[in-house]
Design a protein around this ligand. Structure first.
Ligand SMILES: Cc1cc2nc3c(=O)[nH]c(=O)nc-3n(C[C@H](O)[C@H](O)[C@H](O)COP(=O)(O)OP(=O)(O)OC[C@H]3O[C@@H](n4cnc5c(N)ncnc54)[C@H](O)[C@@H]3O)c2cc1C
Length: 434
């Protein structure tokens, strides 16, 4: 019997378990470990609460978790409760699927002022991540800014702009819904270092902005190249740029605006003990298409600043780390003998949910290829791991426990919502009688 430990129960972890099960069938036991008793990673804590159809991918992951060769071992933090080296002693291979949970820093003066919040924190707050339940973002000012030109920036700006009514059917957590309803924010400025042709925003996410109840998107046509320049763009990007151009025809006739400010590089955040304004330098594209400062600066008022400029994977003891790319150092997913990385921990924080799928299949193929014919694994797998955890007083949870948590969250849902998530670790444990 081969024993595999997949660390992380986000998309990459589940796709890897699925691939290993397909490759090995009954000859493998696959344990998916997670630091939390709740699975799905960013499907639960990242994907926007008003995009429920995307969250339905978890049904596919449920099937993997319920298959005979796969177990979920929750409430175990690798690196804290057990080391990667110890996992390698117990398992034939260890696959790190821990994602990239840390916000990248802007590296500008003033970014540590109160009111400046990374998108992992802000998104975690409205999605019920236990680390950010007490974030309390300042929503009492009239101006907010989101720094970044991707879909996460759009998610943050949209959530800040929606009415309570528009959150119907979503699973935004109660504390965020209440706070956003009282929000005084009327202008959300989205700052992108480069121009409309360099965005990483997709048509679906941009299209939604044209239909918000109380907010109108605003663009400055001076930021756009002539329309003929759109022709060579890749079709998805061309569609996004066309949507953006269309915003120029919108009347600013609603209570709120969402202002797209392109060629805008934040150089400092200032304020009296808290964020009040961003100092922005106007940029232009250099010959390589990178943003080059022009020296011209201006101020964007913002008492809430959300940075959505990417994420990094935290280093783990004994695991090679790519300091530049902020992910594990790997070659096609292989970090070292019997140690692999998949998903954002392998590639960095880019792509969609489905982009993570091939990673797991590649690891399964690689592992199969490196096993000498006829050799049998003699490592103890979960049995040994659970003994070790018991010695340390760590009490893992299983998929039945998750089901109980899920049932309680569904039962607690407010009218029209699929669930009311627990937002604290202790509440999860309480729901399973711990
Ligand atoms: C705000 C946001 C919105 C997004 N929206 C979309 C969208 O609309 N559509 C789309 O296609 N994609 C979206 N994505 C991208 C998608 O979520 C990612 O591609 C995907 O989640 C990456 O999968 P992963 O498994 O690598 O990481 P994750 O999903 O982050 O999963 C990592 C897992 O590892 C666990 N873990 C971390 N550290 C440890 C540890 N030390 N020990 C044990 N377990 C650990 C975590 O608890 C988590 O369960 C979004 C991403 C973000 C950030």
């Amino acid at each position: 019997m081969r024993h595999f430990a997949v660390v992380g129960s986000g998309p990459a972890g589940f796709y890897t378990a699925e691939a290993l099960e397909k490759a090995y069938g009954e000859k493998a036991r696959i344990d998916i470990l997670d630091r939390y008793p709740v699975p799905y990673g960013l499907i639960r804590f990242g994907v926007a609460p008003d995009h429920q159809s995307l969250k339905a991918v978890s049904k596919r992951y449920d099937k993997v978790a319920e298959s005979a060769g796969v177990d979920f071992i929750g409430n175990v933090c690798v690196g804290l409760d057990v080391s990667v080296a110890e996992l390698l002693e117990h398992y034939d291979a260890v696959i790190l699927a821990i994602g990239a949970p840390n916000d990248r820093k802007l590296g500008i003066p003033g970014e540590d002022l109160p009111g400046v919040i990374g998108s992992a924190q802000f998104v975690g707050w409205y999605n019920g991540h236990p680390d950010f339940a007490d974030l309390d973002p300042p929503l009492d000012g009239t101006h907010a800014a989101v720094i970044g030109a991707g879909n996460v920036a759009l998610d943050c700006a949209r959530i800040l702009s929606k009415t309570r009514h528009e959150f119907e059917g979503s699973d935004i957590v109660g504390h965020a819904l209440e706070a956003l309803e009282k929000s005084a924010i009327r202008t959300v400025t989205i700052l992108g270092r480069r121009g409309p042709h360099q965005i990483a925003m997709t048509p679906k996410e941009l299209g939604e902005l044209g239909h918000l109840e109380e907010s109108v998107p605003v663009v400055d046509m001076a930021d756009f190249p002539p329309v003929e320049a759109d022709a060579p763009l890749e079709p998805g990007l061309r569609k996004s740029v066309t949507l953006l151009r269309g915003f120029a025809d919108f009347e600013p006739n609603k209570a709120k605006t969402m202002v797209f400010d392109f060629f805008a590089r934040p150089v400092a955040i200032e304020g009296d003990g808290k964020a009040e304004r961003i100092i922005v330098e106007k940029t232009e594209l250099d010959e390589k298409g990178a943003a080059r400062g022009t020296g011209e600066t201006y101020e964007v008022p913002a008492t809430l600043v959300v940075t959505a400029i990417g994420y990094s994977t935290p280093p783990m003891e004994g695991v090679a780390y790519d300091e530049r790319g902020t992910k594990f150092l790997n070659e096609n997913g292989r970090i070292a003998d019997r140690l692999y990385a998949v998903g954002w921990a392998r590639r960095g924080p880019t792509g969609t949910i489905g982009t993570n799928r091939p990673d797991g299949y590649e690891v399964a193929d690689q592992h199969v290829a490196t096993i000498p014919a006829g050799s049998a694994g003699d490592r103890p797998g979960a049995e040994g791991l659970k003994r070790l955890l018991a010695e340390r007083g760590v009490m893992p949870t299983d998929y039945d426990d998750w089901r109980k948590i899920e049932q309680t969250e569904v039962a607690n849902a407010r009218a029209g919502s699929p669930r009311e998530k627990f937002v604290r670790h202790a509440e999860w444990l309480q729901a399973i009688g711990r």
